[in-house]
Write a protein that binds this ligand. Structure first.
Ligand SMILES: CC(C)(COP(=O)(O)OP(=O)(O)OC[C@H]1O[C@@H](n2cnc3c(N)ncnc32)[C@H](O)[C@@H]1OP(=O)(O)O)[C@@H](O)C(=O)NCCC(=O)NCCS
Length: 376
C-alpha cells in the first residue's frame, strides 16, 4: 500500500519509503481492509502508526535552597503521542477512512494517558493539513526545517582548529540531561535513545588539543566554545527513493557522480543516487555554546558526512527549529531540504499533570527543539 501512496510536495517528484519490515515501526499500528469475506482477496487500504512518550513541554524556575539568588530552569514533562505513517490508498480516498484512523488512534492515545497528540507533514500537503486542522481539531504548532545534505563520493575536510571526541553513552547522557533537558520535545528516556543500536554515537567538538575531562568537570567549566551532535542510523531501518524524475535529470545527476568518483581530489559536489532506494543518517541532539559553536557544528557535520559516506548513505539529514542559532553551521542543499515541516498539535486531556506550563498548544516556540530520531 505504501507503494501506491505518493507522499511529497505537489509536483511530479514524490518520496517513497520502504520500511524493510521495520520491527520498530512503533507501538501501535492500525489498518483498514476492504474487500469481500474472502481473506485472500482482501487488501489493506489504510494504515496509521502511533507512539507515546514523555517529553519536555516547558520549564519552571526553581530556587536553590542554599542560595536564593541562584535560579535554575527545570523541565516540565508531558505525555505526548505522535501520529506517523497515515496512508490511505488513492482508490479509497475521500471516504472518511483517514478521519476514522486518526479517531481510532487518538482513542488508543487517550486510553494510554497521552495528554497531547501531534503529527508532522509538509506544509503544502493540503489533504493532510485540512484533515488534521479542520476535521480533527489540531492547530498549527511549530514549523521546523528538515535540512538535507548529499553524501559526496569524496570525503570532506575537517577543520583542524577543532578536536572531535566521541563520548561514551553515560557521558553523552549526562551532557544531554544537564544541558538540553529544558529544550522543547526533549525525550525523558534519552538513555533509551542513546543506548539504541541505531545510535552511532555522540560527538563533541572542542578547541584543538583539548581532551574530555569527564562529564562533571566538563559541565562545571566547559571551554569557551563547544558543540555536540549525535548520529542515528536510519540506513538500516528504511530506505527512501525519489520517484518521478525525468531521464534527462537522472542522466545529469549520474554524470556529477561519475566525475566526483573519478576525481575525488577536486571536491566536486555530486548528486547522490536518490532515484534508487537509498539510506541516510539522521543528526540529532545538535547543540553548543560560545563564539565558535557554529563553526564547530560545521566541523561535526563534515565528520558525520564522512561517516555516512563510509556507510554507503545517500544523504545526511537533520531537523532543527526555525530560529535555531546553529543552523548557519549546518551545510545543506535547499533543493533537497524542506524549509517548513509543519507540526500540528492537539490537547487530548484536560487534566493537565503540571499546571505551571498551562496549555502547551498555546505556548510560543523556543529557539531550539529536540527532534527524536526514532520518529524521523
Ligand atoms: C491525507 C490522507 C491520509 C487523507 O485520507 P482520506 O481517507 O482521503 O481522508 P478522509 O476521507 O477521511 O477526509 C477527511 C477530511 O480531510 C480533508 N481532505 C482529505 N483529502 C483531501 C484532499 N485531497 N483535499 C482537500 N481536503 C482533503 C477534507 O476536509 C476531508 O473531509 P471532507 O471529505 O468531508 O471534505 C490521504 O490523502 C493520503 O493517504 N495521502 C498520502 C499520504 C499522506 O500525505 N499522508 C499524510 C502524511 S501525515
Amino acid at each position: 500500500m505504501e507503494n501506491r501512496c505518493e507522499v511529497g510536495p505537489s509536483g511530479n517528484l514524490s518520496l517513497y519509503t520502504d520500511h524493510l519490515g521495520d520491527p520498530i515501526c512503533r507501538v501501535a499500528e492500525l489498518v483498514v481492509v476492504s474487500g469481500s469475506d474472502d481473506r485472500e482477496r482482501r487488501e489493506i487500504v489504510g494504515a496509521i502508526r502511533g507512539c507515546i512518550k514523555t517529553v519536555t513541554c516547558g520549564t519552571k524556575l526553581s530556587r536553590n535552597a542554599n542560595n536564593i539568588q541562584k535560579v535554575k530552569s527545570l523541565p516540565v514533562y508531558t505525555k505526548l503521542a505522535y501520529i506517523l505513517g497515515l496512508r490511505v490508498s488513492s482508490s479509497h480516498r475521500r471516504m472518511g477512512i483517514g478521519l476514522k484512523l486518526v479517531g481510532e488512534m487518538e482513542k488508543w492515545f487517550g486510553e494510554n494517558g497521552a495528554e497531547y497528540s501531534y503529527m508532522a507533514t509538509e506544509s503544502d500537503n493540503h489533504a493532510s493539513v485540512k484533515l488534521f486542522t479542520q476535521k480533527c481539531g489540531y492547530s498549527k504548532f511549530r514549523t521546523p526545517s528538515i535540512l538535507v545534505h548529499p553524501v559526496f563520493a569524496h570525503r570532506l575536510r575537517l577543520d583542524d582548529r577543532f578536536t572531535i571526541i566521541k563520548l561514551c553513552q553515560s557521558d553523552a547522557e549526562a551532557l544531554y540531561r544537564r544541558r538540553f533537558s529544558s529544550t522543547e520535545f526533549f525525550p525523558r528516556d534519552i538513555d533509551a535513545v542513546l543506548n539504541n543500536t541505531l545510535n552511532l554515537g555522540t560527538f563533541l567538538a572542542v578547541p584543538r588539543g583539548e581532551s574530555w575531562p569527564g562529564s562533571d568537570e566538563f559541565l562545571a567549566s566547559p571551554p569557551e566554545s563547544w558543540a555536540v551532535l549525535s548520529v542515528w542510523n536510519c540506513h538500516d531501518v528504511y530506505k527512501l527513493e525519489v520517484r518521478g524524475a525525468s531521464r534527462v535529470r537522472k542522466a545529469l545527476f549520474k554524470t556529477t557522480r561519475i566525475l566526483d568518483r573519478a576525481f575525488p581530489w577536486l571536491h566536486l559536489p555530486s548528486v547522490p543516487e536518490v532515484f534508487r532506494p537509498f539510506g541516510f543518517h539522521f543528526l540529532f541532539g545538535l547543540g553548543g555554546e560560545g563564539p565558535n559553536a557554529v563553526r564547530m557544528i560545521r566541523a561535526l557535520c563534515a565528520s558525520a558526512h564522512n561517516l555516512a559516506k563510509d556507510s554507503g548513505c545517500g544523504v545526511v539529514a537533520t531537523e532543527v527549529a526555525n530560529h535555531e542559532p546553529l543552523r548557519l553551521g549546518i551545510p545543506h542543499w535547499e533543493s533537497l531540504s524542506c524549509a517548513e515541516d509543519l507540526w500540528c498539535i492537539k490537547r487530548l486531556g484536560e487534566d493537565y499533570s503540571d499546571g505551571s506550563v498551562g496549555d502547551w498548544t498555546k505556548s510560543p516556540p523556543g529557539t531550539s527543539i529536540f527532534v527524536d530520531p526514532r520518529e524521523f
